[in-house]
Design a protein around this ligand. Structure first.
Ligand SMILES: [Zn+2]
Length: 459
């Protein structure tokens, strides 16, 4: 039998001003106070109310999940319940995990890859109360090392686009990617044409019946069975395309089954169809940049205007991260064998599953004086903001003067502030110097100007 699956990547970046801890009013979201409110009203809530999360494959980004938990508990509960119900019915859940800060992993160090993946999995366990089997990669950005870390943490599968594989594919898979030390990863490849049409052609979501008749008929695999996989942003359904939530409901509950397909999700499909063919992936590729991952690195023509600010901003963040890591390591390795394992475990404090004091008592042998305990916890909080400054949206758009890069700089500023508090050392001058070559082609502001605005309360 033929199967059909839609994966929705549900995600919002953090919108809180890291100094005030609240979301500044967002003009463009009116009459809503901010975009989280607007997109929740248009997409998350109606999709949850219609039961769409039950029949999708989905991932819910940690920053969005935390916001929903606090601002719309019924919607949050419905989404968690959808995964729970599928586990009860099929022995596998339909939710996937996501690296915690939506970091472009091929551009991150191995240690940061580990932290992002471990934090993302912890966030998933905190919300869905079981181990994740699959992980969504931010922007589908992939390299061998990312897959190795995923596999070493127990993740079984991910989703990519066909252009990220070497050679010709025959259908969605799953395919096996062989990794060092006998490890492997199952990879599903989405139907790129269909996924992109659904994302970018609003006409297509007008009628589920037409979609099933016209689009699914074009789907063929060699043996007449197999899986058709569409993967796109979850916000397509209701936010990008008005009424998309009803389209999705009609499609997955009526039209697709009516066309002779079984509606499924990836963990369930993998149970019954382990990979039989192998594939090699192409390092440093993604779904939304034709230049590999340059969109978030040195800059490229995917965004209009002068994109050189991206490289300058990244160099500034990377240097700052290195300096912070040295300070953190020097202080913390007096107390623990592995400072990075301590950082990985700190997520349970962030998630509120543990008090900071209890966490340290569990991790550290020996008695900490009160000042030392506070210093280590502050340095761990530094590492939290140091991870947040790499959120992919900071680099995704065309200009430095936009809100998203300001957030990246604001998270860095917050981390610098905490380092000073913990150690008395200021990393500010070096960071400002590194931010000078990052220049907005729209406003001529430099990264340093933006940094100064932020620390003077003009977020
Ligand atoms: Zn590009």
């Amino acid at each position: 039998m033929k199967s059909f699956c839609i994966h929705g990547h549900f995600y919002q970046p953090p919108r809180e001003d890291p100094f005030a801890g609240v979301i500044p009013s967002e003009e463009g979201a009116k009459p809503f106070a901010n975009f989280n409110e607007k997109i929740n009203a248009e997409c998350y809530r109606p999709n949850a109310e219609l039961g769409n999360f039950e029949v999708l494959s989905f991932n819910l980004g940690p920053t969005l999940a935390a916001w929903l938990e606090g601002h719309d508990p019924p919607t949050y509960q419905r989404i968690a319940e959808a995964d729970r119900n599928n586990r009860a019915a099929h022995g596998a859940g339909n939710a996937l995990a996501q690296p915690y800060n939506h970091t472009i992993l091929p551009l991150a160090t191995r240690r940061d890859k580990e932290t992002q993946i471990i934090w993302g999995m912890a966030d998933f366990r905190h919300r869905f109360r079981h181990d994740p089997l699959g992980m969504w990669l931010p922007e589908m950005a992939v390299d061998q090392e990312t897959l190795e870390v995923l596999a070493s943490q127990g993740i079984a599968f991910t989703i990519l686009s066909p252009h990220q594989a070497r050679g010709q594919l025959d259908g969605t898979g799953p395919y096996r990617v062989r990794l060092p030390r006998g490890r492997e990863m199952a990879v599903f490849f989405r139907d790129e044409a269909l996924s992109n049409r659904l994302a970018f052609d609003p006409e297509l979501t007008n009628s589920a019946k037409d979609f099933a008749e016209n689009c699914l008929s074009g789907f063929h695999v060699s043996d007449g069975a197999g899986l058709c996989l569409v993967a796109t942003d979850g916000e397509t359904f209701g936010h990008h395309h008005r009424g998309g939530e009803r389209f999705l409901h009609n499609l997955l509950y009526e039209e697709v089954p009516g066309a002779g397909y079984e509606v499924t999700f990836l963990a369930r499909y993998l149970q019954d169809h382990p990979p039989t063919a192998e594939v090699e992936i192409i390092d440093g590729t993604s779904w939304s940049c034709g230049h590999g991952v340059a969109r978030w690195g040195e800059g490229c023509t995917c965004t209009p205007g002068e994109s050189r600010w991206k490289r300058a901003l990244r160099v500034a963040l990377d240097r700052l991260a290195q300096e912070m890591d040295t300070l953190y390591q020097n202080e913390v390795e007096k107390w623990v064998v592995d400072p990075w394992q301590l950082r990985d475990g700190y997520i349970w404090v962030v998630l509120g599953e543990m008090e900071g004091r209890d966490f340290l008592a569990q991790q550290i042998t020996g008695k900490l004086a009160e000042g030392e305990e506070k210093r280590i916890l502050t340095l761990l909080e530094t590492q939290y903001y140091r991870q947040a400054m790499y959120t992919s949206c900071g680099f995704f758009f065309e200009d430095l003067s936009r809100l998203e890069p300001r957030y990246a700089i604001a998270y860095a500023a917050k981390a610098i502030h905490l380092v000073k508090e913990a150690t008395g050392i200021s990393l500010e001058e070096g960071f400002k110097r590194d931010l000078r070559p990052a220049v907005s082609w729209i406003t001529d502001q430099t990264g340093e100007d933006i940094y100064d605005d932020i620390v003077h309360g003009k977020f």
